[in-house]
Design a protein around this ligand. Structure first.
Ligand SMILES: [Zn+2]
Length: 108
């Protein structure tokens, strides 16, 4: 993506449900692939290193499922901290996020 080519129109405030689902599907597929790779590795030496990563991946998968539910009930893209729309640029990077950046910082 290049910064010196301005977009013809401003971006929509929110991802469409279709866009959100596509991004969430992609995130889920990526995590499932990672999980499978870890399961297949299965060697003792790798296990400790992998288990932390596996926990993280499983946590993200839960977040992705929760985000699918929010697409379904129409609350997707609304910050759960301050109830304002999460910027679309953030959703493009982190489509399963529950929070805008300031609320994420407060939650962390
Ligand atoms: Zn917020």
């Amino acid at each position: 993506m290049s910064l010196d080519t301005p977009r013809a129109e401003p971006r929509l405030e929110r991802l469409t449900a279709h866009e959100a689902r596509q991004r969430l599907e992609h995130e889920r597929a990526t995590r499932l692939t990672q999980l499978r790779a870890i399961d297949e590795a299965g060697q003792e030496a790798a296990e400790q290193l992998m288990s932390a990563q596996k926990d993280t991946i499983e946590r993200v998968l839960k977040e992705i499922d929760a985000a699918f539910a929010r697409v379904q009930d129409g609350s997707y893209g609304i910050c759960q901290g301050c109830s304002t729309p999460v910027p679309v640029e953030r959703l493009e990077i982190l489509p399963y996020t529950r929070f805008c950046v300031p609320c994420q910082r407060n939650a962390a």
